[in-house]
Design a protein around this ligand. Structure first.
Ligand code: PMV
Length: 362
């Protein structure tokens, strides 16, 4: 019958932080030390596609990542997301009518989950952000739960902190919250992607190798050892959250770019200040940083006037760069980068996304 198999497929975009999340105040609930702000990229480009199938005849929950089966019990985070959503389903079943003779409640059906990233996984390209967002949304659909984006955001957060921000398109803030339960630690929309359609993101894939230090262990060592970290958490990040929100609302590219670059740099400085230090940038990443600053210091050849800040780099837990640039400067920037970096340096490909911002559709 129709009730014997339930299936849903969800595609979720990655998000790239411009004020970074780095550090947890609660490791189990994944509560951050500071708020963060991100841009959700267009889901036509970097995304995770997840299909979940529930069947009363399945005997086990199973999970495939990029076609390879993984053991769910080896992933406490995946288990948490699954257990949380099933518990919500169980609550809902109390309000539903009685089942037919011999019928199993949906909360007891096993799930087969297949998740695929269309880009390198765990290479500092925010694969966990889209991955856990897709997982939470997809399972909640199959279990027929009517959860709000805010509720889904909190569940995705238990998978990977940054995933809570992929529940919204456009410009998003993950509010750190104060409640020890984490009830107020979720993402909120600052503005939809349509607010600033001129803003584009360029992804420079420098390396597709898996990052050397997973973000969870890296953050935990930072919180324990970095002496710069308290300054970042208590003073710098809160100030930048306010400034960045204003820059986005005012579509002030100069401020947006300056804060994004400084915040990326401070995140990597805090990584270097961690003991033992964590290195995510490589020589190509540093070359890109230098190049963007050189691009930004150009003058108009006719008037000699500075052209101003026209590009901003940001790097997560990996060597790959995301460059923010306004539409009318994309062509010039791409040519500038291409003339300094032979294509072979940017492995495997340098990808240009002409229209990075997309509306999240579940
Ligand atoms: O969600 P996680 O645990 O993969 O952490 C992501 C941390 C950064 O990508 C470096 C910064 C951020 O805010 O996304």
């Amino acid at each position: 019958s129709e009730r014997e198999l339930h299936e849903a497929t969800v595609t979720t975009p990655v998000n790239i932080a411009v004020v970074k999340y780095w550090g947890k105040r609660n490791n189990d609930l994944i509560l951050p030390t500071n708020s963060s702000i991100s841009c959700t990229l267009n889901q036509d480009h970097l995304n995770t596609k997840t299909t979940v199938r529930a069947s009363s005849s399945y005997t086990d929950d199973r999970f495939w990542l990029n076609g390879i089966e993984e053991t769910i019990s080896n992933s406490p985070r995946l288990t948490t997301v699954l257990v949380t959503l099933r518990a919500i389903r169980k609550e809902k079943e109390k309000t539903l009518g009685p089942l037919a003779e011999g019928e199993k409640p949906l909360s007891e059906w096993k799930l087969h989950i297949a998740s695929e990233n269309n880009f390198p996984t765990a290479a500092g390209l925010a694969s966990s952000s889209s991955g856990y967002a897709a997982l939470a949304v997809c399972i909640s659909k199959v279990l027929e739960l009517d959860l709000t984006a805010s509720e889904l955001s909190k569940i995705a957060r238990r998978g990977s902190g940054s995933a809570c921000r992929s529940l919204y398109g456009g410009f998003v803030e993950w509010q750190h919250g104060v409640d020890p339960s984490g009830e107020d630690s979720c993402a909120v929309s600052i503005a939809p992607e349509s607010h600033w359609p001129e803003l584009e993101a360029l992804i420079l894939v420098v390396s597709d190798v898996k990052k050397s230090t997973p973000s969870t262990s890296g953050m935990s060592t930072t919180v324990k050892t970095s002496e710069l970290f308290p300054l970042r958490v208590n003073e710098v990040a809160p100030k930048r959250i306010k400034q960045m929100e204003q820059a986005i609302l005012e579509k002030d590219f100069n401020s947006f770019a300056t804060i994004a670059m400084k915040d990326s740099n401070q995140f990597h400085a805090v990584c270097l200040d961690t003991f033992p230090p964590i290195f995510y940038l490589n020589d190509v990443s540093r070359g890109i940083i230098t190049l963007v600053h050189r691009f930004n210091s150009q003058v108009d050849p006719a008037t000699g006037e500075p052209l101003g800040i026209r590009a901003a780099y940001t790097f997560d837990a990996g060597a790959n760069a995301v460059i923010f640039v306004l539409k009318n400067n994309v062509k010039e920037l791409v040519e500038y980068i291409a003339s300094h970096f032979p294509p072979a340096t940017l492995q495997p490909t340098s990808v240009y996304f002409p229209d990075p911002f997309g509306i999240f559709r579940s």
